[in-house]
Design a protein around this ligand. Sequence first.
Ligand code: ADP
Ligand code: MG
Length: 369
Amino acid sequence: MADSSSGIINAIDKESVHKICSGQVITTLSTAVKELIENSIDAGATIIDVKFKDKGLKSFSVMDNGDGIEEENFDSIALKHHTSKISKFSDLTSVDTFGFRGEALSSICGVSDFSMTTRHKSVSIGAKIEFGRDGRIKKKTKVSCQKGTTVLIENIFTNLPVRRKEFERNIAKKDFPDTLNKIVEYGIILDKKITVTNTTGKGKTDRLLNVSGGEDVKSNVSQIFGIEQIKNIIPFIQKPPSDEVLEEYGIKNEKDHSDFIINGYISSPDHGKGRSSPDRQFFYVNNRPCDMKKLSKLVNEIYHTFNKQQYPFLVLNIRLSKDSVDINVTPDKRQLMLNNEKYLLSIVKTSLLEFLTPRSSIYTLRSNP
Ligand code: ADP
Ligand code: MG
């Protein structure tokens, strides 16, 4: 490698730091869309409308009917680590909002052309605000609009040529389906009306999701995946972990126990009712969509003892006290750290074994010494 170093340690200029860091927070279309949806939810929206143009290659917007943003906050909206949700580290243990790092909008600005229209609930006129790559306001005009916020993102990643090329290459097969899947995660668990459309380059608009934010998870699942999907799902019935399973996980003391409340649904393992890939499995901790590798591996292993060929449809929402979970492990907050995770696994294992085992086999197992 060429030696370009002078041996002097200098600070990287602010603009470059911003560009370097933004590209790590907003890595894909789906991370950007997820952050915007979470902002709408945090603003108290009951309606969220996501519109893609050319699957996001050209632009995408997220409109909500939340509280909107007050004029005094306009300058801070897209500045790094500026947030209305926490002010100090200790607030993290009580935070109720999806966001708290104050870096999503700043990072989106760093990798796209970013503008928004917003009207706070306390005023009668809104504002259209255009931001520069550095998160500062370029232009601001008064507009009349509904209460709430619409965020518009154009030309994402065009200033990161390698990523833009990857994005264009993968959009149809990977990035766009992943993005829809992320939106679906919120559609399943929340009582919000969420609509998604895509307008093609030729001007044809397709409606991709329309969930009315129904009474419960089952009704949301039915609206999203169709009535067939709920015909064969059974509610997750939580059982206390058996001594056998506790021993298997090496759990000996009360201090290794935690109060978990688990709700959800799993498809019945009767032959022919599962799916050929684990593409419809959704995990939540306190309603927050997340990745739970160990739990997902466990559930699939158990399911496969009843149905070798297929994977279950699955929705699992785990509730636990906020001080038992660390949500700040990764910038996208999808990897969570839980206290006493093994205890959670032992509850899930005992429960699944109990209610997935056909009654007749339990009888046979118990009656055969
Ligand atoms: P965070 O969500 O972590 O606070 P963001 O960069 O996502 O950080 O957003 C910065 C701030 O902008 C938020 O704290 C919030 O006050 C405001 N904001 C962003 N999106 C919306 C929205 N859709 N409605 C109302 N306020 C919003
Ligand atoms: Mg946010």
